[in-house]
Design a protein around this ligand. Sequence first.
Ligand SMILES: Cc1cc2nc3c(=O)[nH]c(=O)nc-3n(C[C@H](O)[C@H](O)[C@H](O)COP(=O)(O)O)c2cc1C
Length: 321
Amino acid sequence: MLKIGNLELESNVLCAPLAGISDSSYRILCRKYGAKFTFIEMINARAISYKSKKTKKMLETDPKDSPIGIQILGAELPYLLKALDIIKPYDFDLLDFNAACPVRKVCRRQEGAALMKDPKKLQKILKGIVQHWGKPVTIKIRSGWDQDNRNAVLVGQLAQEAGIAALFIHGRDKHQLYKGGVDYSIIADVKKALSIPVIASGDIWNAVLAKKMFDETGCDGILVARGALGNPWIFKELEAYLKNRPLPPLPSTEEVIKAFHQHLELSIQEHGEDNGAALMRKYVGWYFKSRHCVRVLRQKANGLKTRNDFLALFDLALQIS
Ligand SMILES: Cc1cc2nc3c(=O)[nH]c(=O)nc-3n(C[C@H](O)[C@H](O)[C@H](O)COP(=O)(O)O)c2cc1C
């Protein structure tokens, strides 16, 4: 169990926010296979305040998809507070503020990970958000801006002073993007320096690496990010391993196809057949990863336009696996 402010979560293994991935279909699929907490895709505060149709759709969640967090991005308090007023009626259980996004366009606007270069400004923003929101606010940070400026401990302390209820930390700096080693020691330092829960992220690919994260950092929880792509079984695997229970067997090709098919149907339901199918192409490589049929299937991914194209691909996967 993990307690964030007054929010009690059933598990300390959380499904990470993933821009371009964690739409409703992805979240519901992960829940079917064991995820207990999900995030909607990160939204820019400015986009929320423009109330576009696309943003409104992102804010609408299935009642089954609960408890759930929203993550917002921004650097200007007036826009952020306006965004909070708009999202209040949607009843998210947790609000996370993103100070971790490394995308150049984002950092150029001094948002995301760029805020780690100005911890005092970040603290001021957080104070404003915490005062305005009234429910648990968290922050997601990186280890720092670059190798020479890994200031996560200072940022974490200032964020805690601002009143946040928990801190998420991806143990890589902004310049590492998603590559290179995870800095376990800085996560451990952040954990030691703070009294609020610290939830760690980085290279949670399997149960062994999840345990390593807990053991080496003392963190209170972990975020499963790329490790869940095409692998929703990871949530049960981690729960079992962390509770010293026998690991569930690896999924067969039939089981992989069943999950992929469920995900496809959810995506079509959410986005319509054209867009829903197109969004699922990138999952071919992920679902069939490390199976010998993957090369052939991946070559066909770009041509998949309809539900029937995917069904034919599943038949082919069965034939050649
Ligand atoms: C495609 C992609 C999209 C991501 N989008 C977000 C996001 O919107 N918000 C966020 O806080 N982190 C985002 N992340 C970072 C992940 O949540 C996670 O912290 C990171 O991938 C490290 O974990 P991993 O090494 O286990 O994948 C994203 C990562 C990837 C690969």
